[in-house]
Ligand binder design. Structure first.
Ligand SMILES: C[S@@+](CC[C@H](N)C(=O)[O-])C[C@H]1O[C@@H](n2cnc3c(N)ncnc32)[C@H](O)[C@@H]1O
Length: 432
């Protein structure tokens, strides 16, 4: 139980443990230097030269007058800190200045982190620039970092909460880090397969012959379904041409012939009405600028009697009305990863019912079992830093993006833990 997970690796621990120790020591030392204590014997400040009435001078360090016996009291002091700055004198001032600079840097970093950098923009408004969803997924796919750490599935994992010592949702971030390091967590990539299997079971689909994966990423789920249903024909659609290329290559490598990928907008699909037995949308609804159209289009192409299943990040019901702080958090989580906005699970259910062609509409919130994913995403990067370091070496600016992503993951964790965000699961059957 106290062994690290395989993806941390012995090499990672061997390097990371001494590194952690050095960082901890540096933090302690800087705290000591910044400590501008006054000597209880003489009243002189740390870093000053303390001039005694007998003509001698003493240095004061961390609140102790070096070389001054206990019996010496403040009356014996001729001059104190600030009047004469000996060789150690400026240290107190430097300490204070350093604190000021550190405080300023922390504030600047916070503002930088809190200002979203990748807001949603669509094709329809030329002033907004290129479609940000396509652009972001193209970049991520070419870069390969997401695929390296997340594998072929770009969605949350599902975790067995009874078996893990490496996770407690109420942990503050440092304790969470230690627990994830020394405890046990489900394998990060395996948890994603687990999620897909649970979603399939929940969908109620048993033997679909034609499947549509709406917003397929690089096709991890699409290929998983293709293997599960070898007699089925499966199509994955995405906005990103880079994802289509990568997904197609991975399918070839896997020797799959019953799966294909294409660039198609989910809000304006090229497929005939009543085509698919199973329509699957996993974490693509977040990016849709028109969620109602998203549901309508999926129900249009679904065959009568077919199953629709949607998994997507949602926000809580807007009653009670969102506070200013909640709105600020929501704005951040939308804008950092190119989401136009989220809606509640209830609103999705309403959109499904309003199609008039769907029945047996059911919803659930899977926030509990998917919550470990957020921080787990951070820890895989911390304990296996080699890949992002390699990318940083060739493109140093990429590092800032990784820092932003880690911060954003933590913000999502917190928003979902407190219930501001929810993990929406929606399913329905098309009326026969
Ligand atoms: C988080 S990824 C989901 C990946 C995938 N479902 C999986 O299981 O790995 C979001 C996907 O939705 C796609 N997407 C977003 N908006 C879309 C739209 N309007 N039409 C088609 N795909 C879209 C993106 O291109 C991306 O592939």
């Amino acid at each position: 139980m106290w062994g690290l997970r395989p993806w941390y690796g012995r090499r990672s621990r061997a390097v990371a443990a001494p590194l952690l120790l050095v960082v901890a020591l540096m933090v302690c030392c800087s705290g000591l230097w910044a400590f501008t204590a006054i000597s209880p014997q003489t009243g002189c400040a740390t870093g000053s030269s303390c001039h005694m009435k007998d003509g001698s001078a003493r240095q004061v360090f961390a609140g102790h007058s070096v070389g001054i016996p206990q019996r010496v009291n403040a009356d014996s002091v001729e001059m104190r800190s600030g009047m004469h700055l000996g060789p150690l004198g400026p240290r107190a001032l430097k300490g204070l200045l350093s604190l000021g600079v550190v405080w300023w840097i922390i504030n600047k970093a916070k503002v930088w982190l809190e200002t979203p950098s990748r807001p949603y923009s669509s094709d329809t408004n030329p002033e907004e620039g290129a479609n940000s969803v396509r652009a972001e997924y193209d970049t991520w796919t070419k870069e390969g970092v997401l695929e390296h750490y997340w594998g072929e599935h770009i969605h949350m994992g599902s975790y067995d909460m009874t078996k893990q010592t490496g996770y407690n949702k109420n942990d503050p971030v440092v304790l969470a880090f230690l627990r994830a390091t020394f405890g046990h967590m489900d394998d990060f990539k395996a948890a994603k397969f687990q999620f897909t299997d649970e979603m399939l079971e929940w969908s109620g689909a048993t033997a679909p012959k034609k499947i549509l994966d709406v917003g397929c990423g690089i096709g991890g789920t699409t290929r998983h379904l293709a293997k599960k249903f070898p007699d089925a024909e499966i199509t994955g659609i995405t906005l990103s041409p880079e994802q289509v290329n990568r997904a197609t290559n991975l399918a070839k490598e896997a020797g799959l012939t019953n799966v294909k990928f294409q660039v198609t907008n989910a809000l304006d699909m090229v497929f005939e009405d009543n085509t698919f037995d199973l329509v699957w949308g996993c974490e693509s609804g977040e990016h849709m600028p028109d969620k109602q159209k998203y549901i309508q289009e999926m129900s249009r192409v679904l065959k009568p009697g077919g199953n629709m299943v949607v998994a997507t990040w949602c926000e809580r019901d807007p009653d009670p009305i969102f506070t200013l702080e909640e709105r600020t958090t929501l704005k951040y989580v939308y804008d950092e990863w190119s989401h136009p906005y989220f809606i509640s699970i209830g609103r999705y259910a309403k959109f499904m019912e309003e199609t008039g062609v769907l029945e047996k509409v059911e919803t659930d919130d899977w926030a509990e079992q998917t919550l470990p994913s957020w921080r787990h995403s951070i820890w895989v990067g911390v304990w296996s830093p080699w890949y992002w370091m390699k990318v940083t070496a060739t493109r140093p600016k990429a590092f800032l993006g990784f820092v932003r992503d880690a911060y954003c993951l933590e913000r999502y964790h917190r928003a979902m833990k407190r219930g501001l965000l929810t993990y929406g699961m929606m399913k329905a059957v098309k009326k026969a």
